[in-house]
Design a protein around this ligand. Structure first.
Ligand code: ADP
Ligand code: MG
Length: 345
């Protein structure tokens, strides 16, 4: 039986400084933690001229992931969703802590989990500096990430301005389509298609380089964890704005585009778990943003406009903050279920 300390030492105390392949945007002279795992606290020196961006996300077995999810994917996703929050703020990853609740110390499980975790940590040059480990009735993974962002350049949700374009990265709906496959809601044309969609669900790629490139270019940004329809509202609420979105412009994969329309909209707009970025930017930045997309090889699509201030002091139950339109400009009324993935209630 592994003791708590040998478990930490064996699976989580690894130097992230032995970097194999940090992302190109993250190479450079970056300070490490002054003191990592093993003492009462980690010590992290503030970086001159930067603010710390901090975010926490918790993943609970049975609620956020299936008990049988591959542990490698779980380790990846636990950090990926946190890095995605840094990306959405325009912050550069620096370090993270890991609080882990485990029903048992299963060595094979821990081996794969920590491999998934450290593979993505190394790619994004994000160092594990501490945490806590306890037994628990179900697997519970809570990560806090720390990143750097220059003051006044963070991509805040309250910064959308009238006339801004609304952009999204990547395609939307693949993760929810992958969940649909696992739930037996539908099946794709080929096993390859199915693998690709389940991969989008289990191994999301945080848009860190994109978030950093959008500093000083985008106004507001967030990452799409719960679906565009709900997440865009967060920007609108914070910025006290309303928007129009062209549904036909929302980027989708061929697999999702082949679905019957209602399911397609449900997956793309209310599905969640895509971890793409949604951001607003002035019209004058269009060509710069297109160049960023080309340089980073990320699809960037304009899907709508910030129309102006919300009329009613802006509550979501008043006038709809998002006017959905089709390509002809006609208003579309959506029948999205308030949908919380992984548990339908
Ligand atoms: P404390 O008694 O202060 O709670 P612990 O005995 O829990 O400290 O942890 C000892 C050291 O191991 C600390 O530096 C802590 O940050 C680190 N640690 C504990 N669990 C983890 C984990 N899951 N991942 C990384 N570091 C951990
Ligand atoms: Mg402890």
């Amino acid at each position: 039986m592994l003791s708590e300390f040998s478990l930490i030492e064996r699976f989580f105390e690894r130097p992230t400084s032995a970097l194999k392949s940090p992302e190109p945007a993250l190479r450079g002279d970056r300070p490490k933690a002054t003191l990592g795992i093993g003492d009462d606290c980690a010590l992290l020196a503030p970086r001159r001229g930067q603010q710390l961006a901090i975010s926490t996300d918790m993943l609970v077995e049975g609620r956020h992931f299936f008990p049988d999810v591959p542990p490698y994917a779980l380790g990846h996703k636990a950090l990926a969703v946190n890095l995605s929050d840094l990306a959405a703020m325009g912050a550069e990853p620096r370090a993270f802590t890991l609080a882990l609740g485990l029903p048992r110390a299963d060595e094979a499980w821990l081996e794969s989990f920590s491999q998934g975790l450290f593979d993505i940590a190394q790619r994004f040059d994000c160092e594990l500096i501490g945490g806590d480990t306890t037994s628990a009735p179900a697997v519970n993974i809570c990560i806090t990430v720390f990143g750097d962002v220059p003051p006044a350049r963070a991509l805040r949700r309250d910064a959308a301005r009238p006339g801004d374009d609304i952009w999204v990265s990547g395609v939307l709906g693949n993760a929810r389509a992958g969940l649909g496959i696992k739930l037996g809601e539908w099946s794709a044309a080929s096993p390859d298609d199915e693998r690709r969609l389940v991969r989008a669900l289990e191994l999301p790629e945080p848009r860190v380089a994109l978030g950093m490139a959008l500093r000083g270019v985008a106004h507001a940004a967030l990452d799409l964890s719960d679906g565009l329809a709900g997440d865009l509202l967060h920007i609108l609420e914070r910025s006290k704005m309303q928007a129009s979105v062209n549904i036909d412009d929302v980027p989708r994969s061929p697999e999702v585009a082949a679905l019957q329309q209602e399911l397609q909209q449900q997956y793309m707009l209310a599905g969640g778990d895509d971890y793409e970025l949604c951001f607003t930017a002035p019209v004058g930045e269009r060509s710069k943003i297109e160049r960023i997309g080309q340089r980073l090889d990320v699809l960037l699509t304009r899907i709508g406009t910030i129309e102006g201030p919300a009329p009613y002091g802006h509550a979501p139950d008043h006038a709809p903050a998002i006017g959905w339109r089709d390509a002809s400009g006609k208003a579309v009324s959506l029948t999205l279920q308030g949908f919380d993935h992984f548990h339908a209630d």
